[in-house]
Ligand binder design. Sequence first.
Ligand SMILES: Cc1cc2nc3c(=O)[nH]c(=O)nc-3n(C[C@H](O)[C@H](O)[C@H](O)COP(=O)(O)OP(=O)(O)OC[C@H]3O[C@@H](n4cnc5c(N)ncnc54)[C@H](O)[C@@H]3O)c2cc1C
Length: 468
Amino acid sequence: MATPEEYDVVVLGSGEAGKYLAWDFASKGQRTVMVERRYVGGSCPNIACLPSKNIIHSAKVASYFRSSEEFGITKDNWKIDMSGVRARKRRMVDGLVEMHLGRFKASGAELAMGTGRFVAPRTIKVDLANGGTRLLRGKRVIISSGSRATIDAISGLPEARPLTHIDALELDRVPEHLLVLGGGYVGLEFAQAMRRFGSRVTILERSSRLVPREDTDVSEALHQLFADERIAVHTLTTVERVEGTSGEIVRVHATNSGGEIVIEGTDLLAATGRTPNTEDLGLELAGVERNPDGHIKVNGRLETTAENVWAVGDCAGSPHFTHIAFDDFRVVRDNLAGGDRVTTGRLVPFCLFTDPELARVGLSESEARTKGIAYRLAKIPMVTVLRTRTLSETRGFMKALVDASSDRVLGFTAFGPSAGEVIAVVELAISAGLPYTALRDSIFTHPTMAEGLNPLFSSVPTAKGAAN
Ligand SMILES: Cc1cc2nc3c(=O)[nH]c(=O)nc-3n(C[C@H](O)[C@H](O)[C@H](O)COP(=O)(O)OP(=O)(O)OC[C@H]3O[C@@H](n4cnc5c(N)ncnc54)[C@H](O)[C@@H]3O)c2cc1C
């Protein structure tokens, strides 16, 4: 083996946590190199969160055009130009990549573009993108290799060359009839966006309802939204085989309670889950073990089974969100500085960026019931939050769970405009241990969505046995 180049820190994959660790270590004077095969800054800015929200916003503009008369704006004619939609997204991504390159330069972290794999403990061989190889050894190694779209082992599916989110974000045409496999957040966000661009859309979902981890009232509201936008949803539907080619004609054979169904479309989007990027990393040569589901085995401190090797983000099985990967960065940074920070018990807020958004932090009602936690429920329709009337977007509701005997906020769900922003307020209250009365009695700006927290928390039932 050639003599390795020695580094204080080697980061494999420029996922969210990995890149922040690289910048942090390098700016503190540690010799740091990050290996990335394609996407400077990882999935989020290139092929996932930010470009998808960019496209979703274009779809929202399309929905405004469609209903412009509601806002007193008449139109003669208009059309969707998907190459223009894509160009806006590409401009944003280019800007984000530039921003990332600037962070590498400013911090002093080296960026090695190429595909890396372990060849010995803490030693990574890189097949460089522009030819040649390098051998890098780190006193510490961080694995931040992320995940990719799962292509299920369904007969004919790989041959049909389904779109993944990466391809869907690069479309320069509106699919005539898009079949979406999977009703998770990736599938739902794309389904609505493509529908708003003018595609006919059909979703096929194995579970009995969309967002099955959420309460039934949440699922029902989402089903109603999709029905109103004329998106076909087939639940309890198992895909058995696929024929044809996505982009031309594709036929999905599936079974549901009524027997076999065949649905024909022009394009197929695979959105049934994520597979961790861990199988080609040579982990066995580095003493890094994986769990049976393919994620790297880590403890609460994000240490792997190999000394001085850490794993972060999707590849380590952390909940698959950028904000969680960012928290993984803080966990590892603090542990390497001598702290003892763990991932256990942290709040995991999420937002589904449909329009309107669906966001939750803390417990849902079904989780509280499963865990045997008694709660008081407050729920208000969005139409009572006056901001929604100014927007003509009154669909949805907010609900909060408050502990049955103390005033602790247990959970909060919002389905409505800016739901992802509103949960931040409640999340802060939960993590600061504030009683619900703090939200009830705060003065929030009028007319904002957050203002709705006043009537919501004012409607929390009095605790049993409490003095009125
Ligand atoms: C369509 C879509 C939308 C999403 N929207 C949201 C959202 O709105 N909000 C949210 O919080 N989350 C969202 N997510 C999830 C989010 O993108 C991920 O959870 C987040 O990016 C964390 O990923 P990561 O940091 O673990 O790795 P990634 O960001 O995936 O980065 C891993 C990097 O490692 C590189 N790599 C892998 N193997 C090698 C190798 N052998 N050598 C060199 N480099 C390698 C990859 O090229 C990649 O750049 C979305 C995901 C998708 C697919």
